[in-house]
Ligand binder design. Structure first.
Ligand SMILES: Nc1ncnc2c1ncn2[C@@H]1O[C@H](COP(=O)(O)OP(=O)(O)OP(=O)(O)O)[C@@H](O)[C@H]1O
Length: 286
């Protein structure tokens, strides 16, 4: 499978939400990472054929998705950011309903609904009305509905928003279990969610793709650029003003500051292994 974005731009009035995006994706899990307003939702809506780009086109195996229309949408599962549910439906009723809208037979709709409720851990809540669900449970229903019909392409807009740590771990398990034959694109600004699941990370800032790389190589680039500096608490402000800091810990009147710098910020600075939050600040921090 090959999905290509060719010279995609999107203008909202004078705002350029996306600028000349050229990307080719195959099977695997892609994380779309960028701060608020970077253009993640816009890119995903264009990829799902819900929004027309101002210029450019999206091709699936060489075919324009706008021309493929329904044939493309059949291959697609989508969890929108503002996933609304029918409050008076039970989880099971809702999934059966979406399955039928997706064209599944009654038998197949029931089979997949049962499987997916099990997969997202909501089997015992299937008779419960959605209005009584927590944010995390609702999000799991959203992930299940995106998976109905076993789509080849899965687009998840902030799927981990509102999930607690345990639910995040469960979500990672679900994504990792999905066949590697699928193309999964998920957006987030929670970097730790990507390290474990994404094969590639697409960095998006102000509508421009800064690059697409494996998590490990993004981290590698920061080797010898992340430092721990221990200073009296009174000196903390000067350092945090001068450098991009990813963490400050306070112990015994001292501050242990984790900061980014191309060279040792002080002779006593200790280099430390970069993590994904450092990487995020490196690309998107001040
Ligand atoms: N319908 C719209 N009309 C006008 N401007 C819009 C519209 N939708 C998005 N924008 C603007 O386009 C830019 C990209 O927005 P988009 O929602 O794609 O970003 P995002 O990365 O998904 O942000 P977030 O993480 O906050 O969801 C922003 O500047 C936003 O204000």
């Amino acid at each position: 499978m090959k999905l290509s974005f060719e010279h995609i731009s999107k203008l909202y009035g004078n705002t350029a939400a996306l600028q000349q995006i050229d990307l080719t994706l195959g099977s695997g899990v892609y994380g779309l990472l960028g701060p608020n307003g970077a253009g993640k939702t816009t890119l995903m809506r264009i990829m799902t054929d819900l929004l027309a780009p101002s210029t450019g086109r999206v091709l699936l195996n060489g075919q324009d998705i706008a021309v493929m229309g329904a044939a493309f949408r059949k291959k697609l599962g989508y969890l929108p950011q503002d996933f609304g549910v029918y409050p008076n439906f039970t989880a099971e009723q809702f999934l059966l309903y979406i399955a039928r809208l997706k064209g599944l037979s009654k038998f197949e709709a029931k089979r997949q609904t049962d499987d997916l409720l099990h997969m997202v851990g909501l089997e015992d809540k299937k008779q419960k009305k959605l209005k009584g669900f927590s944010g995390g449970q609702r999000q799991r229903v959203g992930i299940a509905q995106a998976l109905l019909g076993d789509p080849e392409i899965l687009v998840l807009d902030e799927p981990t928003a509102g999930l607690d740590p345990e639910e995040r771990i469960r979500f990672r398990g679900i994504i990792s279990d999905l066949s590697q034959q699928k193309l999964v694109l998920l957006s987030t600004h929670i970097v730790s969610d990507l390290e474990a699941v994404a094969n590639e990370i697409i960095l998006l800032r102000k509508g421009v793709v800064l690059g697409m790389q494996k998590p490990a190589s993004l981290l590698e680039q920061l080797n010898e650029q992340v430092w721990l500096v221990t200073v009296p608490a009174a000196d903390e402000a000067a350092l945090t003003k001068q450098y991009t800091c990813s963490n400050v810990m306070h112990t015994d009147g001292k501050s242990v500051i984790r900061l980014l710098s191309k060279s040792a910020p002080r002779p006593d600075a200790v280099p430390t292994a970069p993590n994904m939050e450092d990487m995020y600040l490196y690309y998107f921090g001040r």
